[in-house]
Design a protein. Sequence first.
Length: 250
Amino acid sequence: MKAMGIDVGGSGFRIGVFDTTTGALQGELERHQHASSTAPDAVLSALEIVLADLGWEGPIGMGFPGAVEAHSPITAPNLGQAWTSTDVKARLAPFHKGRFAMLNDADAVAEAERRFGAGHADASCVLTLTVGTGLGTTLHQDGRLVPNLEYGRWPHPSRPGMLEEHLSGRARTAEGLSLEQWAVRFQEGLSHLESRLRPDRIVLYGGIMEHWDALRSMLTTNAETVPAALTDTAGPLGAALAAVSAPHAL
């Protein structure tokens, strides 16, 4: 089955159609920058224009940078509190005809990796870390997603602030850290998460993985640690997979 996958971020959104049986992208993955605002009306208006231009009617999944319950955002730390009182499903109803799913963006990445990426092998507890503007953290227990964990917002064990303030790609850029310096920071948080969660397998995803060949020797874990297999399609693909699993409201 084909489904539309959308990944909404702080600077824009990515959107594409996927074959959810194979995980293959159908056509192009489009990238759109937020024009002037991350307010719900501005972002959803832009999405409506894109969906109309594509002539899309069918399942739609959306990865969102915040906690999501019952396919609605309950936190939106990067996009603004107004999202928590916005009925996204109703707004996009002309395009999805009742087949809609919304989930945390890092959870969408982890689901795509589970199905079509690095996988879980024989591990019963898998931690997927999405390293980007923040730090997305997703746990699968015996193949089942534990949603909305957002462990990146945990306090750092030895530095002021939250884990993601020190482990994210944005932190590396903002502080001008070399790969080696950032790896020391990341190791601190990685060891903390591993000691608390005790995963059997850790999957690392994000732009920083382009340095994996160098980075792998700088990190130490008890769990098997592997790079994600998917690139920028992971978030939209995971959202599309959620859409075809959502109940169809007739």
